[in-house]
Design a protein around this ligand. Structure first.
Ligand SMILES: C[C@](O)(CO)[C@H](O)COP(=O)(O)OP(=O)(O)OC[C@H]1O[C@@H](n2ccc(N)nc2=O)[C@H](O)[C@@H]1O
Ligand SMILES: Nc1ncnc2c1ncn2[C@@H]1O[C@H](COP(=O)(O)OP(=O)(O)OP(=O)(O)O)[C@@H](O)[C@H]1O
Length: 339
């Protein structure tokens, strides 16, 4: 294999994100539902025999040593592979948005180079490399929506009904590190511990990764403080994303982000007034609202018009669009399962 073209790297939304603790090294322990959406970057890989690793930006410019190059360098060093690669990237996911764009690029790079360089490593071997690159990378390697714990390395695959979102990214970007170190970050007070219940129906997605932190069966229910049982269906998701007084879910990173960035508050207001709900994803600055999935083309056009007309009144460097949840990651199954 000489080249792999049109490799997708989809973004994620955190339907809720609870900070439940802190590790001795300063990283925060989370509980969150991560959802894959159809706002995606596209990458192209051409193998080089001289061992060099080069990136070419087809759209927006990325930092010189970006997460794609860091992923390629890590895989090359760990495997001792003598091939190199030219990586072309069409960047569409806004950076510093809490949508995991850089992490997704890194995960897609690991999966593509694993093939292009003929390594054929199992997913369980790629997972710890992913975690070294960023807390969100294991989720994108995992290949499905997930209830996520730890700092991002404990993945419980879940199935979700098809969901539609309006996503708005203000012009300002937010540094993840800055938000996690804010004194406004809620600690321990009102911690909702969520426990997952394995799916007991045949539609549950089976995953066969056998790494220690990887559950082998999907979940279809979550319990809050072992009391209220939430099904991962439309009704349950509505509970998770309802208004802040009634909903169970929240994003604990939202308060510090609102304090740091007035545009986050503005974006939340816009979605709240247009769609009746709003929440920030990850460490921001992007926010999203759940919207009714359009039943036909006419309804779909109407939704797109709504977000388009809102964007027209805002500075040109704001972006936004209607996004659909994916069934699964388009590269699911690219890494061999461990026998
Ligand atoms: C907020 C989320 O987007 C939720 O999906 C992720 O937890 C962030 O993941 P990420 O962007 O891959 O973050 P990393 O690049 O690993 O970490 C950036 C910085 O954020 C802080 N950080 C990150 C993740 C975490 N669970 N606790 C933290 O305290 C650390 O100071 C770290 O140095
Ligand atoms: N391939 C990449 N794409 C985007 N940003 C990258 C990439 N590689 C490195 N970065 C750097 O990482 C920073 C954060 O980018 P990213 O888009 O991953 O953040 P994010 O949307 O906040 O994601 P997360 O939810 O993982 O925190 C950017 O400001 C950028 O400088």
């Amino acid at each position: 294999m000489q080249a792999i073209y049109d490799v997708p790297a989809p973004a994620k939304l955190n339907l809720f994100l609870h900070v439940v603790g802190k590790r001795p090294d300063g990283y925060h322990l989370l509980q969150s539902i991560f959802t894959l959406i159809d706002w995606a970057d596209t990458l192209h890989f051409e193998r080089r025999s001289d061992g060099h690793l080069l990136r070419h930006d087809l759209g927006a410019s990325l930092p010189p040593d970006d997460l794609c190059l860091r992923a390629a360098r890590l895989l090359q060093a760990q495997s001792g592979c003598t091939y190199g690669v030219d990586i072309q990237i069409e960047k569409r996911i806004p950076a510093g948005a809490g949508m995991g764009g850089g992490s997704s690029d890194a995960a897609s790079t690991l999966l593509a180079l694993n093939r292009l360089w003929g390594l054929n490593w199992p997913l369980a071997t790629l997972m710890p490399l992913g975690l070294k690159l960023g807390a969100d990378v294991p989720f994108f390697l995992g290949g499905s929506h997930a209830f996520v714990e730890g700092i991002g390395e404990i993945l419980h695959p879940i199935e979700l009904p098809p969901l539609t979102f309006a996503v708005l990214k203000p012009s300002q970007s937010i540094s993840t590190q800055e938000i996690f170190s804010s004194p406004l970050l809620a600690r321990s007070k009102n911690v909702a511990i969520v426990a997952g219940f394995p799916a007991n129906n045949s539609s549950a997605e089976k995953t066969s990764e056998s790494s220690e932190n990887h559950q082998t069966v999907g979940l279809n229910h979550l319990a809050v403080n072992h009391e209220e049982l939430i099904s991962l269906d439309n009704e349950g998701i509505a509970k998770l994303l309802g208004d802040s007084t009634r909903s169970f879910g929240r994003n604990d990173l939202q308060k510090p982000a609102e304090a740091n960035c007035a545009e986050v508050v503005q974006a939340l207001h816009i979605l709240e007034s247009e769609f009746g709900n709003s929440r920030m994803t990850g460490s921001g600055s992007a926010v999203f609202a759940r919207v009714k999935t359009p039943a036909n083309e006419q309804e779909e056009n109407l939704l797109n018009q709504k977000i388009f007309s809102r964007l027209q009144g805002l500075p040109a460097d704001w972006s936004g669009r209607i996004c659909r949840s994916l069934d699964r990651h388009p590269l699911q199954g690219w890494a061999a399962d461990e026998k």
